[in-house]
Every structure is written in C-alpha cells, then in structure tokens.
Design a protein around this ligand. Structure first.
Ligand code: GLN
Length: 282
C-alpha cells in the first residue's frame, strides 16, 4: 500500500466521524512521523508492514470513540503543539479565549505574575509564558501525573525557567501573591458527564463538577476568600448556564470587586473575570 492509498483508506474508514478527512490525515501522519508537506510530496512511497499494522490499530481506536489527540499524543492549542495523554484533559478551543483575555490584560497593564490553577497539560500556563516573555507563571494541579505532562510541555516550549509547577489542591500550594489567578476547573454536571460518551476517555477529576457542575469552583472560591490578597484579578472558565451562580458566589466574597463576563465563539458565557483594583484596570 502506498501513502496515497493509505490516506484514502484512513479517510474512508472514518466516514462516520465529523472531520474524517482531517483526522484520517492526522492519524496517518502520526503513524509515519511525518509533516503534512512530507506526506503530500511522498504519496507514492510505500508503507512497510509495521506502519500498516500501526495505522490499522490507530484507526480502530478512533472508531471505538477514542479522541485522536490521545491516539497521536498531541493536541494543538493557541497555535502550539502540546503533549497529551490520558492523565490530562484535551485542551478545548474555547479555552483560547481565556488565554487571549489574560494576554490582553497583562500587555495593557504591564503586570507579570500569573497563577494557573488546575493546569493539567499546562496548555494555559505554557501559552501564557510563550506569549508573555516577561511573565512568571505558577501552575498547580492535584494530579502528579498531570504535572508530569505539564513539565514535558514546559520543556518542549522552553518556558520551564519561568513556570513553577506546584503539586496540591487548587490554591493551597500557592504561597506567593500574584497579579492574576486563572483557572479552568472541572465544571461538567455529573449527569452530563454520564451522558456524553466521548468524555469517558478523559480524566474524570478534570471534568466532574458534581451535581450542578460547581463543586470545584465553589471550593476554589472558598479557598480564595481565605487568602484575601492573593490576586488582583481573576479569570475563570465556566460552563454553559453557570454565570449567574458563579457571579453570585464571587460577589458575596468580593463585594468590592468588579465582574465581567465574556462569551465564546458559540455565544456561550464562558469567562468570568473579577477585578479587585479600585478603578477596574484588568
Ligand atoms: N469544556 C469542557 C467540556 O465541555 C469542560 C472542561 C471543564 O470541565 N473545565 O467538555
């Protein structure tokens, strides 16, 4: 079988998957370890038996429902390639909005310390460090296996000298005050988690927010309330329909704060930001 035939066969076998054409190509390229340019300029090359077998196995995993990012071990986020495995959530496109809003704030107000709580693969922390060369980032996670992945991504993108990885529950391991705290915590309702089969491949503790999806966010806010001067500004990712409750919790703890909500590309209220400076600065 040559590469042209393998590409056609991969795409064909994934026809019940939304982006069959793209995913077929990504899986084939990963099996061969080649770039897009290489693939399309070597379509007449032949696959050896090992490659054919690996392609078949990878396609079978995808057909059983496993996301292709776990099969390839990679996922693109904010224009950067991240190492991914089953110990971390696959970064979502809507989380790029969180990164974008923080980058805007940091550039505008020339601030430089950020903490990313529940960092997982480190996608948020690394994207911030790469795009903000003056920033120092603290990144916490309760899962040491997730932190191992985050560490690999810090090294891969040469920002391990500006990101400090901390093991522990939410804000607990953070002992220094920072300018901005950000977090994409688990916020999926338990019932939705059970209903969405595709989420079953991801770590439950990265998604499960309990009955109303807000258990972990409430714990986080409680900890934040106990560490009064920890941050000047907070950027939280939330799930659909959660903004009212999150705003209520935050304004109870910080009556002096000013709150803004940003919608994602699907029009869903996705980011809640809280500023504690007198005149809203960021
Ligand atoms: N946005 C993710 C999803 O809906 C959830 C991520 C999270 O819980 N933080 O699948």
């Amino acid at each position: 079988m040559n590469l042209r035939q393998a590409l056609a066969a991969a795409r064909e076998s994934l026809t019940n998957i939304d982006e069959a054409s793209l995913e077929g190509e990504i899986i084939l390229r990963n099996v061969l370890g080649v770039s897009r340019a290489h693939l399309y300029s070597h379509l007449e090359d032949t696959l050896n038996h090992v490659q054919e077998k690996a392609l078949k196995q990878a396609l079978e995993r995808r057909l059983r429902g496993e996301p292709s990012s776990y099969i390839t071990g990679h996922h693109e986020f904010y224009g950067l390639d991240f190492i991914i495995n089953h110990n971390v959530l696959i970064p979502r496109p809507e989380t790029e909005l969180l990164v974008e809003k923080i980058i805007e704030a940091v550039k505008k107000y020339k601030i430089n310390t950020i903490a990313d709580i529940g960092t997982g693969s480190g996608a948020i922390a690394v994207s911030l460090a790469v795009n903000l060369p003056g920033a120092k980032v603290y990144a916490t996670d309760i899962s040491s296996k997730a932190l191992e992945v985050a560490e690999q991504n810090c090294k891969k993108h040469n920002v391990d000298d500006r990101i400090v990885l901390l093991h522990g529950n939410l804000l607990e391991p953070l002992i220094k005050n920072v300018d901005i705290v950000t977090a994409n915590l688990p916020y999926v309702r338990k019932s939705d988690l059970q209903a969405q089969k595709e989420l079953s491949y991801e770590p439950r503790e990265a998604l499960d927010g309990g009955r109303d999806g807000l258990d972990v966010i409430r714990n986080f806010c409680k900890q934040a309330g106990e560490k009064r001067n920890l941050f000047k500004s907070l950027f939280l990712e939330i799930g659909m329909g959660q903004s009212k409750q999150v705003i209520a919790v935050l304004s109870e703890i910080y009556p002096e704060g000013s709150i803004e909500v940003y919608r994602d590309m699907a029009g869903i209220e996705r980011i809640v930001s809280l500023s504690l400076t007198q005149t809203r600065k960021f």
